[in-house]
Design a protein. Structure first.
Length: 365
């Protein structure tokens, strides 16, 4: 970051903190502690979630198996029956837990970014139709017979970008609109692409494929395999890290486009890059897990209560909180009614719908 961008970040952080009625120094004090606790909670969740399943394993088995596969086996004891544990932990449970973490990370960060870009606290990839558009693109690619996780992600990215572009067009080029108008327009876009997806599934003529796609569209992490998980992890981590560099611009957006421009932000370029990066990581998440809603709406609001509104801290904490949240949602989905498994998207909807009503009521009061 250049000197001017450092100055911009400092000015926007000061303005945001004053807007919230708290001095800047008080905001900075708990930053390291919050990040340390969040990272610790994430690592503990990854290990703990890998313990749940039909076969019992010890936490030491999980840690030693993971360390050996990432080249740190010398500092961990060799567990008994390593071949069976590799098949169970490394090839089955750990990819799923890792996928849940990065998908939750992508959706939470996307929600935080979209809420700043649209200047609307109710924005998230699911409510604005980005997830539905990405689902349409992914299903279209699958039914065209183009295999591979890269092709699936490309189709999902194209669908997500088209849906977000349509949303901005209907909102008049992305001008500031009331929360109710943004949400209603997002519902319109979401329902349109959901209908397109249904048409594609119906004309496919394959009942088995239709059932499989329908279950996938509800949001499930059951298909996690290393080939697809690796691509998803790389795309999402690069996108989330890139979005962190736009934290000063996101802070400036809260004061309006004119104020952001006065602070030295190239508003048009920043919004385009933010839209593209958000569409990329949302598309990667949807391609890997289907449409999982409400994470992008709820997690950023919860994090703001603890950490304040500045995006320098909000984005990484939202990423970690989203990862932890979806990890445990998936644990519940695959264990609560075993041997039957619930789609993770169904659980997030059950949790998110009443929470969304509370957020909406708070905004209207």
């Amino acid at each position: 970051m250049t000197t001017s961008s450092h100055e911009t970040a400092a000015r926007t952080e000061a303005l945001t903190s004053r807007r919230e009625g708290a001095p800047v120094r008080r905001r900075r004090a708990p930053t390291v502690a919050l990040l340390f606790l969040a990272v610790t909670a994430l690592l503990a969740s990854i290990v703990a979630a890998s313990l749940f399943g039909s076969a019992n394993v010890r936490p030491l088995d999980v840690v030693s198996t993971i360390l050996r596969h990432i080249g740190l086996g010398g500092i961990a004891p060799t567990p008994p029956l390593p071949g069976l544990l590799d098949a169970l932990i490394w090839e089955s449970r750990f990819p799923r837990v890792l996928l849940a973490a990065v998908v939750g990370m992508a959706l939470a960060v996307s929600g935080a970014v979209l809420q700043a870009v649209t200047r609307n606290p109710l924005a998230d990839p699911y409510l604005l139709g980005v997830s539905s558009g990405a689902s349409t693109g992914a299903v279209a690619v699958l039914l065209l017979g183009i295999g591979g996780s890269v092709s699936l992600s490309t189709g999902a990215f194209a669908g997500g970008l088209v849906s977000f572009g349509l949303l901005l067009l209907l909102l008049g080029g992305g001008r500031v609109a009331s929360p109710s108008r943004v949400v209603l327009t997002g519902v319109l876009v979401s329902q349109f692409f959901a209908a397109v997806t249904s048409v594609i599934l119906m004309v496919s003529g394959d009942a088995n494929s239709t059932r499989g796609f329908t279950y996938w569209l509800l949001g499930t992490l059951g298909g996690a395999r290393w080939e697809g998980v690796t691509v998803t992890v790389v795309i999402i981590l690069i996108g989330v890290i890139a979005l962190q560099f736009f934290a000063p611009a996101l802070d400036a957006f809260t004061f309006g486009w004119d104020s952001a421009a006065a602070l030295g932000i190239n508003v048009t370029a920043a919004r385009v890059w933010l839209m593209v990066l958000t569409s990329v990581i949302t598309a990667a998440a949807v391609a890997a897990s289907g449409a999982i809603g409400f994470i992008g709406l709820l997690i950023p609001h919860a994090v703001r209560i603890l950490a304040g509104p500045t995006h320098r801290l909000l984005l990484p904490l939202s990423a970690i909180a989203g990862a932890v949240f979806l990890i445990w949602v998936d644990v519940f989905a695959r264990t609560a009614f075993a041997p039957h498994e619930l789609p993770a998207g169904v659980i997030t909807a059950l949790l998110g719908a009443p929470a969304f009503a509370l957020v909406l009521k708070r905004l209207e009061s």
